[in-house]
Design a protein around this ligand. Structure first.
Ligand SMILES: *[C@@H]1O[C@H](CO)[C@@H](O)[C@H](O)[C@H]1NC(C)=O
Ligand SMILES: *[C@@H]1O[C@H](CO)[C@@H](O)[C@H](O)[C@H]1NC(C)=O
Ligand SMILES: CC(=O)N[C@H]1CO[C@H](CO)[C@@H](O)[C@@H]1O
Length: 494
């Protein structure tokens, strides 16, 4: 009996110790159980609470385990910048969701496609091409600005009709933002009366709502093996299929219309032209139709909700802070003029407005944890070693909201981004788009969109929150969504 007890205890101790062996100079973290790691604590307390407690206990770089996956959470903004700039940290964890998409596209378990969910050469080449093309298309500004202006005309008409009425603007920006991306992807806008636009918005919405890179079913391959019919898996894959089918149909129409000739005014056109050039020259190219479809899906996934949510935050924050709204309007009146409409040319001459937009992004804090990275080789951060294959998470929120970095982080105040003499300052720890190798690919485009949409809407209308309708805050785990609210838009007379 005694011997059995001792044996059992010894085995237990050995198992527990083995579960907690750490590589040398590995960041500190909580005690982990065999096999499951820290999953129990994380699920028990909810990920947000558990991880916050860990970060508070173990500091700016800490480690935990999710099943057998070593994970590190970096909160210290200085170390965050260093890690994000280091190629060794630029890998992406295996995102089952994207692997499912890739299988839908190619029909087989092939090399990973796209940008968001890839690492190494595939990631580099697709990212490089996409960045360059978006720059040519959007930041040459001749393409993007008129598209955005047409969308704004539609919005202005809509708010004029609703002038002085209670307006729920929750879904108003969706069409415009999706249409801007669409125009970049294929080279022309949908008219707002076109049912295809409604269908596209609907498909993007459904995909977005089921997308959750932290959900265990979309995170670990074995979950799908054991539970292939799990609702979230079936739905997510179904929505991606529908979206991809829509894209394929439209691409077929587009090819017919352009007669297969060259068209460099769109992402698809530029992509296909590059593929053709490589083919005629007999060169190898990393560009393929499969990657193209995957990239398009990601442009919508990453570019639509983020932008429309920031706009919703913007109107909400300005409507609830009338003094700040008035100051922005005064600056716009002075620099742009009452009778004109803001254009991208004004972007560098509106410091108060620019600071206000930064402040909107800071308060919105849309994607507090970015999307987890993975080390592609043994790496170091500060005094710590991070072995290859470790999942690395970044608390971007910390630099945006941490009381260590802002005088009054809960307060909406453009002053956070202004010097005493009214010049714009952007602190190093303010990284709403992330930073370094995997910084948001649409950052430049998003900046222009936020600027033109917010300035135009605030220049044309006075926004007031409804007094009788409560502002409704939802509960969010991964993304910070704006609240639901009702506003009264009022035209500002010239
Ligand atoms: C990476 O570090 C581990 C120990 O943490 C070591 O066993 C392994 O050999 C290292 N790999 C390389 C390529 O240096
Ligand atoms: C991330 O940083 C924010 C702001 O400092 C903090 O409120 C939050 O608890 C942090 N989250 C984690 C998981 O550490
Ligand atoms: C495609 C898109 O941007 N969808 C958004 C429309 O607006 C709602 C409410 O803000 C968001 O939840 C959707 O993600």
């Amino acid at each position: 009996m005694f011997v059995t007890v001792v044996l059992v205890l010894t085995v237990l101790v050995v198992v527990l110790l083995r579960a907690n062996t750490r590589p040398p100079a590995y960041p500190p973290g909580p005690f982990a159980l065999p096999f499951v790691g820290n999953v129990m604590q994380i699920l028990w307390q909810t990920p947000k609470v558990a991880l916050t407690r860990y970060a508070n206990t173990y500091g700016g770089v800490m480690s935990f385990r999710v099943f057998s996956q070593r994970s590190v959470l970096i909160s210290d903004p200085d170390l965050m910048r260093t890690a994000l700039a280091d190629p060794a940290f630029s890998g992406r964890i295996d995102l089952i969701l994207f692997r499912a998409r890739d299988k839908i596209i190619t029909g087989q378990d092939y090399d990973p496609l796209g940008i968001l969910g890839t690492s190494g050469e595939a990631w580099k080449s697709q990212r490089r091409f996409t960045l360059r093309t978006l720059k040519d298309l959007g930041l040459g500004r001749q393409t993007l600005e008129p598209i955005m202006q047409s969308e704004l005309e539609e919005l202005i008409d809509y708010f004029r009709i609703n002038e002085g009425r209670k307006t729920d603007i929750g879904l108003t920006f969706n069409r415009s933002i999706v249409n801007v991306i669409w125009a970049i992807v294929i080279g022309k806008r949908f008219s707002h009366s076109d049912t295809r636009l409604g269908q596209l918005v609907d498909k993007v919405n459904k995909m977005l709502q089921s997308f959750n890179p932290f959900h265990p079913a979309l995170r670990f391959r074995w979950v799908k093996k054991f539970f292939p019919n799990l609702d979230i898996i079936v739905k997510t894959e179904g929505y991606m299929k529908e979206f991809l089918y829509f894209i394929e149909e439209e691409m077929a129409v587009h090819t017919k219309e352009t007669g297969g000739g060259s068209d460099t005014g769109s992402y698809i056109g530029a992509y296909q032209q590059c593929m053709q050039e490589a083919a005629t020259q007999g060169k190898d190219t990393p560009l393929t139709m499969s990657h193209l479809k995957a990239n398009i899906l990601e442009l919508f996934l990453a570019g639509s909700e983020t932008t429309s949510n920031t706009l919703l935050w913007g109107i909400y924050l300005l409507a609830s802070n009338p003094d700040i709204q008035r100051k922005v309007q005064e600056e716009l009146d002075q620099v742009v003029g009452r009778e004109h409409t803001p254009t991208l040319q004004h972007i560098d001459s509106l410091p108060y407005t620019t600071a206000t937009i930064y402040e909107v992004q800071r308060m919105a804090d849309l994607i507090p944890f970015s999307v987890p990275h993975e080390t592609t080789e043994n790496a170091t951060i500060g005094d710590y070693n991070i072995p290859k294959g470790t999942c690395v998470m970044f608390n971007l929120s910390h630099g945006l909201k941490g009381s260590k970095y802002w005088q009054d982080p809960k307060q909406f105040s453009p002053q956070h981004f202004l010097t005493d003499d009214g010049k714009v300052v952007k602190p190093d720890h303010f990284l709403p788009f992330g930073y370094g190798k995997r910084v948001c690919l649409g950052e430049s485009m998003a900046r222009l969109e936020l600027f033109l949409f917010l300035t135009t809407l605030v220049h044309k209308f006075w926004w007031r929150l409804s007094d009788d309708d409560p502002v409704m805050w939802g509960k969010h785990v991964i993304f910070n969504r704006p609240p639901d609210y009702i506003v009264f838009p009022t035209c500002r007379r010239e």
